[in-house]
Unconditional design. Structure first.
Length: 250
């Protein structure tokens, strides 16, 4: 088998084992058994478990094709290099352009449509990287630096971004007031993460389809934040605008 093919199999097997057992308990024997090869075979491709963990985030999760001429075995990197690569992947995957654009606007014609688009974008990011999220979250229990990166630098910065967006729209009169803005931002985050990622790991949630999970999440969050009266007023104004436009054409 070509090295690139075997490396891809190795990455996929390692992802399953690390996600199931965590970083500390996962052993090279477990990964070899998952692949159906001898433990010694693994060391033709990576020097150590640490090197394999780095490889997952360097070239796993469909990020890019593994080059056929990569020098093997992959050497053991310092922990700082692995954390740097994880951080880069998280930043790349969590680009929320619609949220950033909304924060740059003081006024918005249709706040409900804006919010729904932001929720859909956030949902898509979490759904696309759900296996990476499961792996990081499980291994963060064993690696304090990874926990700091994932929970503090990652999740808290996102909640801060959402909090600033909520404050802006509440102060502008577009969203309903909430008891506590940061907690509401956390509620939005956890709702999206559960339906986009965690429900896949819950056997009794198999009856929820991907489409139902997405549309329900968008519907419930939009209804909670955008006052119904404001929605009706915007719909009425939109109808009046269409009537005026039709009248002018006639």
């Amino acid at each position: 088998m070509e090295p690139a093919d075997r490396l891809q199999q190795l990455i996929e097997a390692a992802i399953r084992v690390f996600t199931a057992k965590g970083y500390r308990l996962a052993q090279m024997d477990d990964i070899a058994n998952e692949m159906g090869v001898s433990k010694g075979t693994l060391y033709n491709y990576v020097e150590s478990k640490e090197a394999l963990f780095f490889l997952i985030f360097d070239q796993g999760f469909g990020q890019r094709e593994i080059g056929p001429k990569r020098k093997l075995p992959i050497p053991t990197p310092p922990i700082a290099a692995t954390l740097r690569r994880v951080r880069e992947r998280m930043l790349t995957a969590s680009q929320l352009q619609l949220l950033e654009s909304a924060l740059a606007r003081d006024t918005v014609a249709d706040p409900r449509a804006e919010l729904e688009a932001i929720v859909r974008e956030f949902y898509a990011v979490i759904a696309e990287m759900r296996h990476a999220g499961d792996l990081i979250e499980r291994c963060a229990r064993d690696v304090p630096q990874l926990a700091e990166l994932f929970y503090v630098q990652g999740r808290r910065s996102l909640i801060d971004l959402l909090s600033r967006y909520l404050e802006k729209r509440i102060e502008g009169g577009y969203f309903a007031a909430v008891p506590d803005v940061p907690t509401s931002a956390r509620f939005i985050t956890e709702s999206i993460v559960w339906f986009a990622r965690h429900r896949h790991n819950t056997p009794d949630s198999k009856m929820i389809s991907d489409e139902a999970a997405l549309t329900t999440t968008v519907h419930m969050l939009a209804n909670a934040l955008v006052p119904a009266a404001a929605t009706r007023a915007r719909q009425s104004e939109s109808t009046r605008s269409r009537i005026r436009s039709t009248g002018r054409k006639r």
